[in-house]
Write a protein that binds this ligand. Structure first.
Ligand code: PLP
Length: 394
């Protein structure tokens, strides 16, 4: 007898995107040591953490030094104070949550992957927007699910509408990485109605919700009537408050969400209490502080900084009449490669002529070909210089 392993892993493609970008960039730098390269491909925050969150984390670690305030294992699903911070934060958008709907975790990369434990492997039909954040595809492949790609393009402004056939699971990311496109209330309502009609479950990634500026765009899918019977939401503090290294996020599985007579909320709680021992106490205190009004004010100052960079980029695209999405509600700007180039041709063209590095759109999916992603995560000065250079080649 030999053990049976998961052969679905063979279906995973190596994601060469960032390795290839790094290789082409370092080869160029070696050959041209005097050129100043500007990187606008960064997908990680660069502004410092909200002070309020850092102070709360330091203070809570101090508590652990003393016998009377020491804490051991915490509740696996999250401390009450952290869940309350989420309830209050989303309450400002009219979302009504119960503490039992929420779990606190170490960022959402893991929760988005782990939630798939609730779904039978190998039998579900999964709708996946393309281009999109690669994690959803990878986990669906690992589970042997059938993937149906939803083409995102200029015609639908990179916001796919529900198809006219049924499916079981749908990944939506709004504002989207990489396109920066964000659903408005009506567009998201159409998805909620579709999911309720077909008994599908929407896995909603709201990692970039804090970047939303438009009033007609929801911050949470639970602002949409009917979402509590068909949606699960993941939201991270990574991009909101700069927690990419600290690691914190929350997942909302409403108690009304039932399939085949089972409550997904109960299943998720069973999963988490069995396989996870809870996010660190001090991190949850950091999350609580980051989501407080003062913490949010500090986080918003960073987001305002990134948005100034966004404006530098979109000003050039507007001036040159180049089609783009994103920016306004997102740290990402997604635009059509000029001069009829494909994504990698434009990457090389930018690197060779103006020494600016971005991310080829095709790296996020087949339908990303011919598009390019720039991010607002560099400094204002570097972004400004990059845009002065870019203006000359578009
Ligand atoms: N979802 C999206 C759309 C992302 O872009 C990222 C990170 O870049 C994540 C999730 C992962 O978030 P976390 O840092 O909470 O794991």
């Amino acid at each position: 007898m030999t053990q049976k392993i998961n052969h679905n892993y063979k279906k995973l493609e190596e994601n060469y995107l960032f390795t290839e970008i790094a290789k082409r960039t370092s080869d160029y730098m070696e050959a041209h040591p005097n050129e100043k390269i500007i990187k606008l491909g960064i997908g990680d925050v660069t502004r410092p953490l909200a002070h309020k969150a850092v102070d709360a984390m330091i203070e809570s670690l101090q508590e652990l030094k003393k016998g009377d305030s020491f804490r051991g294992y915490g509740p696996e699903l999250g401390y009450g104070f952290a869940k309350q911070a989420v309830i209050d934060y989303l309450g400002q958008y009219g979302v009504e949550l119960h503490a039992d709907d929420i779990t606190i975790g170490d960022g959402i990369g893991s929760d988005i992957s782990n939630i798939t434990d609730l779904f039978h492997k190998g039998v579900n039909k999964v709708l996946l927007p393309d281009p999109v954040y690669p994690l959803y595809k990878a986990t669906s492949l690992m589970d042997g699910q059938e993937i149906i790609y939803l083409e995102c393009n200029e015609a639908n402004n990179f916001l796919p509408a529900p198809p006219d056939f049924a499916s079981d699971m749908i990944y939506l990311c709004s504002p989207n990485n990489p396109t920066g496109a964000a659903f408005n209330f009506n567009q998201l309502q159409a998805w909620v109605d579709y999911a309720n009609k077909h008994n599908a479950v929407i896995l909603y990634d709201a990692a970039y919700e804090r970047f939303i500026s438009d009033q007609d765009k929801p911050h949470s899918i639970f602002q949409i009537p009917g979402a509590r019977t068909c949606a699960i939401e993941f939201c991270s503090l990574s991009k909101t408050a700069g927690f990419t290294s600290v690691r914190a996020g929350y997942t909302i599985v409403p108690q009304e969400l039932e399939r085949e007579g089972m409550k997904l909320n109960r299943m998720w709680q069973q999963r988490q209490t069995t396989k996870y021992n809870g996010a660190p106490y001090h991190v949850q205190r950091g999350l609580e502080a980051a989501l407080s009004p003062e913490g949010i004010k500090q986080a918003d100052e960073n987001i305002a900084y990134y948005k100034k960079n966004v404006k530098l980029i979109t000003d050039v695209l507007d001036e040159k009449g180049i089609y783009y999405t994103g920016g306004h509600n997102s740290p990402y700007i997604w635009f059509k490669c000029p001069h009829g180039m494909n994504s990698w041709e434009f990457f090389d063209y930018m690197l060779d002529t103006i020494h600016v590095v971005g991310t080829p759109g095709v790296g996020f999916g087949h339908f990303g070909e011919g598009f390019f992603r720039l991010t607002s995560f560099n400094t204002y000065e570097a972004t400004k210089e990059a845009m002065e250079r870019m203006r000359t080649i578009l």
